[in-house]
Write a protein that binds this ligand. Structure first.
Ligand SMILES: C[S@@+](CC[C@H](N)C(=O)[O-])C[C@H]1O[C@@H](n2cnc3c(N)ncnc32)[C@H](O)[C@@H]1O
Length: 419
């Protein structure tokens, strides 16, 4: 049965999800939106992670790194977890997350370089959720660990054109969602305007005309509908294009794109600097070619990813630009490139999803490729895979953390290995 009683605790650190942690006789208590050094009155909640969840009821004394959060939605909205902490604390904490993950796998944490941060307001992707409630509509992000939606008026981390979309989107969806039903709007700021992919609505002819008018009023690049079987373009006013370095790529609906262009540039600079003129290079988990395309302007590239639409787009972009790039749609968990296949390359770049690249790392570790650059948004799985490379004879040379997801507990990194 869930416990629920109040007490005062002192927060002594942040846990992996950015919650403040207080040590108590019952074990650690994880209290969201608290800072180290805070003395807070809490309600003890249900058991979690070998401890308990706690809810802050009152702040009695503020810790030295606490600041006033800038956004009116902080605490309600599940998007941000760390706005109440100074930027310097957030940076140092994220750097520590990367160092700790390496240390746990017996890798040298002193190789972690100074974290690079990006400014808030640069995030170019948002997945808004909307629900019809009575005659009105709530539109925004989910509350923390809840299906309740925070009706978003503003957002500090999103690029301003995505925030500007909210009033029009709210009006549009109010006429298209059934009462009590939920819809989603996936919005991406491309270099030619905002691209919107709507799901959870089934508009009739009149509804489609309303969608077209909205696209006009909001000056969207494209508006599409997601069905079970895929995506349908309703209006394309301009081709939605992103550039990797200077190379244009047409964005497929819903494809992966790094969340912040500034962070993407930092990561790309780090990858290009590490690879240098090594060529030929394999870019595994290449997506739309964030790294593969700029690399192919310097050397022959082989690029592989499991998403057929991304690979097709990347190949077309390379073809248009006359770049020496070959690609393959390939599930790299089930069918990783073998050590023998890898041995034709002078360098490997790999950038897997949060689950990491365990199977691919095993093959890389067996290869003779002299240089490997790993990019990751999950330090824990990265360190697991880095251990596999180290056991296979690779020497970790450097790790650059990048704070792409400002005010969240997430951190990206670019790591260089050699043998
Ligand atoms: C973090 S993204 C990186 C993409 C790209 N490097 C970039 O920077 O935009 C991870 C990529 O891994 C791909 N992916 C996920 N699971 C995969 C699998 N089992 N096999 C191959 N690719 C996979 C996704 O399609 C996605 O493009």
């Amino acid at each position: 049965m869930a416990r629920s009683f109040t007490r005062e605790v002192e927060i002594d650190r942040l846990g992996a999800r950015g919650d403040g942690v207080a040590q108590t006789p019952q074990g650690p208590v994880f209290v969201p939106y608290t800072a180290p050094g805070d003395r807070v009155g809490i309600r003890l909640g249900k058991p979690v992670d070998q401890g308990f969840a706690g809810e802050m009821l009152e702040l009695h004394t503020a810790g030295p790194d606490r600041i006033e959060p800038a956004c009116m939605h902080f605490h309600d909205c599940g998007g941000c977890a760390l706005q109440h902490l100074t930027p310097a604390f957030q940076a140092a904490w994220k750097q520590g997350v990367v160092e700790t993950a390496l240390g746990r796998r017996d890798l040298d944490a002193s190789l972690v370089r100074q974290i690079r941060a990006v400014a808030p307001g640069d995030r170019r992707r948002a997945e808004f959720v909307a629900r019809k409630v009575g005659a009105g509509i709530v539109l925004g992000f989910n509350r923390r660990q809840s299906s309740k939606i925070v009706d978003l008026k503003t957002c500090l981390v999103l690029a301003p054109p995505l925030v500007a979309l909210l009033p029009g989107l709210r009006k549009l969806l109010a006429g298209l969602i059934q009462s009590g039903a939920t819809a989603e709007a996936h919005a991406t700021l491309t270099d030619t305007g905002v691209d919107v992919l709507l799901s959870g609505i089934a508009p009739d002819l009149e509804g489609r005309e309303t969608l077209a008018s909205f696209a006009e009023e909001a000056d969207l690049a494209r508006l599409s509908l997601k069905h079970d079987g895929g995506s349908e373009t309703v209006v394309q006013r301009r081709v939605p294009v992103v550039h990797f370095a200077d190379i244009p790529v047409v964005l497929p609906q819903g494809a992966f794109l790094q969340a912040s262009p500034a962070a993407e540039s930092l990561m790309r600079e780090a990858v290009l600097a590490a690879v240098g003129a090594a060529g030929p290079v394999a870019d595994l988990f290449c997506g739309l070619g964030t790294f593969a395309l700029p690399l192919s302007a310097r050397m022959p590239v082989f690029a592989a990813d499991g998403e057929a639409a991304s690979v097709a787009t990347l190949q077309q972009a390379a073809g248009r630009a006359g770049l020496p790039l070959r690609s393959e749609v390939r599930d790299l968990a089930r069918r990783p490139l073998s050590a023998k296949e890898l041995d034709r390359f002078a360098a490997i770049v790999f950038d897997p999803p949060r689950a990491g690249a365990r199977e691919q790392a095993i093959e890389i570790a067996r290869s003779k490729v002299p240089l490997v650059v790993g990019v990751s948004c999950a330090p824990g799985t990265f360190a697991r895979d880095a251990r596999v490379l180290a056991d296979g004879g690779y020497r970790l040379e450097s790790v650059l953390p990048v704070d792409q997801f400002v005010h969240t507990p997430h951190v990206e990194l670019v790591a260089v290995f050699r043998r």
